[in-house]
Write a protein that binds this ligand. Structure first.
Ligand SMILES: [Zn+2]
Length: 603
């Protein structure tokens, strides 16, 4: 499961699994930076490719089709219900805005984290991307400031309770003041990957002070990272980027927090801690799949941001893609089961069903609002009475009358981003729609709000972008209207120049995605309720293998390494309730309690 980004700037999905999909961004053979390492630094002169991969949310496949002559789906009528007043369309967010803070609700007000990153070299833009991912994770625990390490000023670290440095450019020239402030030992620092050799060289005697040191880069195929006694996956594609091997030289001063194994190098430390320094021997934001060692990094990051992170064990389930074409019996069955289990849930509502080319209706176009599908609207009210919360899953969940990428039918296609399928059956992310703008996105949100009202449904307070994709501008519109998303994030290079997110021009050729194992506030300003386990897909699609309850539960076992982690999956009601029961039972059996999205969003 991966997206390949070509130098042309477009992305292709090599394979997709549910929404837990890996973005693989390749940049051309032989294009990797080549460095002749100076004496005394780790050997990395061969195969030293930057880790250019990213987790991207994958579009769910087309839903299982009902018979095309679906009596619940009717043609557009010429008698729409009366329009509500504009006042009824204003922001419906119920979550307090975080004015003055980029921390997520529930973060420690006493903590403040500095996030530093590399900017030089051919792959400098990746530094910002990795740092954004680190910062998004940090937000769970504290507010943060993000900026290039090059602009670090002497003494700056003292203004924070801790720092994360992501070393992504081999031999980025690090300010000596930064090295000295880290070595002063006064603040905890989480250091990822490159340039640790600059720190060890700067120290009077690093091994004595910290009790560990680096050995060399390992390019063996270490595919397992064991953390908190749980085996996490490391994609073999990450191996060529190298894993900086470390070793404990004084067990009274240093501790191995996680080990890597499975490759030619045997078992070696993956994360190590001595004194104020925690070190991870790679960038754990590359080639991220389900059940990934990313969970270990997410745990280390949030505990750096807030050592007092609570140890709650909460779970979420979202019922997906419910529009006017849904089967009310399916909806009621799901609601009855979850209610019987005292499981609150969220329902992702598509308020306007469109099939503009009639591909499921014998060539006759279909457009049906929820108000025009009263039995579905009634079933949604039934779901609410059984513990369901309705969120806005876009407006039509498709775009125009074109395949984007499948068939222009609601729930199949992207709404706020363009995509197509290439010759190798990969979904390619092409970029924003031609008319993309804040007003265009706002109009769609307004139209969906109208549909909720006309169907007699309460205003949604949470937004989920269809297929987890939108332009940067669209994301800011969602943040302004709702304050809370419930998804995986999609991000673009250039949005955070010098660490100031929202001040730059997004480069849609530099695209990357991220899922979260806990509540964050992402760089678009929304609190983001996590979805980290994906969904059941009985059939393969777009080069993704099937994903069954056992796979969801395996990912849950991996996510369990995260303190305060939320086990969160989504589910299509047309699958019936058997798979749903397996997952709910399994997650409960791991000691997690299902709660509402609002509970998680409150921090
Ligand atoms: Zn959807």
């Amino acid at each position: 499961m991966g997206w390949l980004a070509h130098r042309s700037g477009r992305l292709s999905t090599a394979a997709l699994v549910g929404v837990s999909t890996l973005l693989v961004t390749t940049v051309g053979a032989g294009a990797a930076p080549h460095h002749a390492p100076p004496a005394g630094v780790p050997s990395a002169s061969t195969a030293r490719q930057p880790a250019l991969t990213r987790q991207l949310p994958a579009p769910p496949p087309p839903p299982v089709r009902k018979p095309t002559a679906n009596p619940r789906v009717v043609k557009r009528t010429d008698a729409p219900a009366p329009l509500p007043s504009l006042a009824q369309l204003r922001s419906t967010s119920t979550v307090p805005s975080a004015a003055g803070s980029n921390a997520a609700p529930g973060a420690s007000a006493a903590q403040r984290t500095l996030v530093l990153y590399d900017t030089t070299g051919q792959w400098g833009w990746l530094g910002e991307a990795y740092a954004v991912e680190a910062a998004n994770l940090v937000s769970h625990g504290s507010a943060y400031v993000l900026h290039p390490v090059a602009t670090y000023t002497a003494g700056e670290l003292a203004n924070y309770t801790g720092a994360v440095y992501v070393g992504s450019t081999y031999d980025e020239p690090l300010p000596l003041a930064f090295l000295d402030d880290v070595l002063s030992g006064s603040r905890p620092v989480l250091w990822m990957n490159d340039n640790i050799w600059q720190l060890t060289q700067r120290a009077a005697n690093f091994s004595t002070q910290y009790g560990w040191n680096w050995v060399q880069f390992d390019f063996g195929n270490s595919t397992t990272v064991t953390y908190n006694n749980v085996a996490l996956q490391r994609d073999p594609l990450a191996a060529p980027s190298g894993l900086l091997q470390t070793q404990v030289v004084d067990a009274t001063r240093a501790t191995v927090l996680a080990t890597a194994s499975g490759g030619s190098g045997g078992t070696m430390p993956w994360a190590i801690r001595g004194g104020n320094l925690t070190y991870v021997g790679e960038i754990p934001f590359s080639y991220v799949g389900p059940s990934d060692r990313y969970f270990a990094a997410a745990d280390l990051t949030s505990q750096l941001a807030n050592p007092a992170t609570p140890s709650r064990k909460r779970a979420l389930v979202r019922i997906e893609d419910v529009g006017a074409d849904a089967d009310p019996a399916d909806l009621r069955a799901v609601a009855d089961y979850l209610y019987s289990q005292r499981v609150p849930f969220t329902v992702a509502v598509i308020s306007q069903y469109l099939d503009p080319n009639g591909v499921n209706n014998n060539g006759v176009p279909v457009s049906t609002s929820l108000a025009q599908a009263p039995d579905v609207a009634s079933a949604l009210r039934y779901m609410r009475a059984r513990g369901g919360t309705l969120l806005m899953h876009g407006y039509t969940h498709q775009y125009s009358n074109v395949a984007n990428p499948y068939d222009a039918v609601s729930a199949d296609d992207f709404e706020f981003y363009l995509a197509h399928i290439d010759d190798a059956n990969n979904v390619i992310y092409d970029g924003p729609v031609p008319e993309d703008s804040a007003s265009w996105a706002q109009n769609r949100v307004n139209s969906s709000k109208l549909n909720f009202l006309m169907a007699g449904l309460p205003a949604a307070t949470i937004f989920e972008p269809p297929h987890y994709a939108a332009s940067a501008v669209d994301y800011t519109v969602f943040a302004a209207n709702f304050g809370v998303r419930y998804d995986r994030g999609l991000y673009f290079g250039g949005w955070c120049p010098a660490g100031a997110c929202g001040t730059g021009t997004p480069n849609y050729a530099e695209i990357y995605g991220q899922y979260f194992p806990y509540l964050v506030r992402d760089i678009y300003g929304s609190a983001v309720v996590p979805e980290d386990l994906g969904n059941v897909e009985p059939e393969p699609f777009n080069n993704h293998p099937p994903r069954l309850p056992a796979d969801i539960l395996a990912s849950a076992a991996a996510a369990a390494v995260v303190r305060d982690g939320v086990q969160s999956f989504f589910y299509h009601p047309y699958l019936g309730t058997a798979y749903l029961q397996q997952i709910v039972t399994g997650i409960k059996g791991m000691g997690y309690q299902f709660v509402s999205a609002a509970t998680v969003a409150a921090g």
